[in-house]
Each structure stands twice: as C-alpha cells, then as structure tokens.
Design a protein around this ligand. Structure first.
Ligand SMILES: Nc1ncnc2c1ncn2[C@@H]1O[C@H](COP(=O)(O)OP(=O)(O)OP(=O)(O)O)[C@@H](O)[C@H]1O
Ligand SMILES: [Mg+2]
Length: 132
C-alpha cells in the first residue's frame, strides 16, 4: 500500500453521503476504479457502523481509510464497537428484509474481513484496481 488517506466522520446517517463523496474524490484523484463498487462498499459499511455500533450513539464517529496499492484499492471503516457482531446472512436466507449489505460487499470485493481494534472494529474490503 503506497498511498493512504483517512477521515473521521460524525456517526450520523447523513454523514454516510459525505463518506461516499470522500471516497469518490480520492478515486477520481487517483484515476482509479471501480467507482461504483467502492461507493457501494463505503455506503454499506458506514451505514452499518452508524446503525449497528456505538458509532451511532451521541458523540459517536466512524473513520474511513482508503489505501491505494498498485493493483488494489482497500476501503476500511472503523467503528466504535458494541454488542453486535458483523454477520453475513446466507444467500438463501428466508429473511426478506435487511441483512443484504454485507452480502453485497462480499459479492463485489476481491477480499474482505473484520479486525478487532481498540474500542471498536475495522471492516475492510479490497477491490482490484482498474483505470477509469
Ligand atoms: N460494524 C458492525 N458492527 C457490529 N455488527 C454489525 C456491523 N455491521 C453489521 N453488523 C451486524 O451484521 C448484520 C448484517 O449486516 P448487513 O449490513 O448485512 O445487514 P443490515 O445492516 O441488517 O441490513 P441492510 O444492510 O440490508 O440494510 C447486521 O444486522 C448487524 O447485526
Ligand atoms: Mg447493513
């Protein structure tokens, strides 16, 4: 990973759009895609942070980190943790509503994972870089 940018956002639903804009501007600056996949990933992960962790509590925050390697773009969302665990629903789940965000992320990412961090978690996803 050669270049890395990060920004911290207040843990509010409307800040998810700002996180998208942040990632879009970085990808544009690098002339790198896939933009649509990257924006889907940051939207889903930031939404999860706000909705499912202490990031969404009063005074909460989430951190977005974007790293560019030669062949890969890595997007990380660091949340403030809590009682829940990121859970991948089965593709054939009967549950019609909800539980699709992480499935979408895993479908478009080359690789992804969850790491414990002090006071929270990092959910990361990597995409193969393409020139836009
Ligand atoms: N960052 C996170 N920290 C803790 N738990 C999480 C986190 N992200 C997701 N989860 C848990 O994993 C479940 C699945 O997440 P997923 O994004 O797939 O579905 P959802 O957020 O419930 O619904 P949708 O994304 O379709 O609106 C969530 O319901 C939540 O319980
Ligand atoms: Mg979700």
């Amino acid at each position: 990973m050669f270049k890395q940018w990060s920004r911290k956002f207040p843990g509010l639903p409307r800040k998810v759009a700002e996180a998208r804009d942040f990632v879009a501007a970085l990808l544009e600056g690098e002339g790198s895609g896939p933009v649509d996949d990257a924006l889907l990933i940051v939207s889903e992960l930031a939404t999860n942070a706000v909705r499912h962790t202490r990031s969404g509590w009063y005074g909460g925050w989430f951190l977005v980190v974007v790293s560019f390697g030669d062949d890969v773009v890595r997007i990380e969302v660091i949340d403030a943790g809590g009682d829940r665990e990121p859970l991948l629903r089965s593709v054939n789940s009967d549950v019609e509503e909800g539980g699709r965000g992480l499935l979408l992320v895993t479908a478009c990412a080359k690789d992804w994972g969850v790491q414990d961090r002090p006071g929270g978690r990092c959910i990361w996803a990597e995409l193969a870089r393409v020139s836009e």
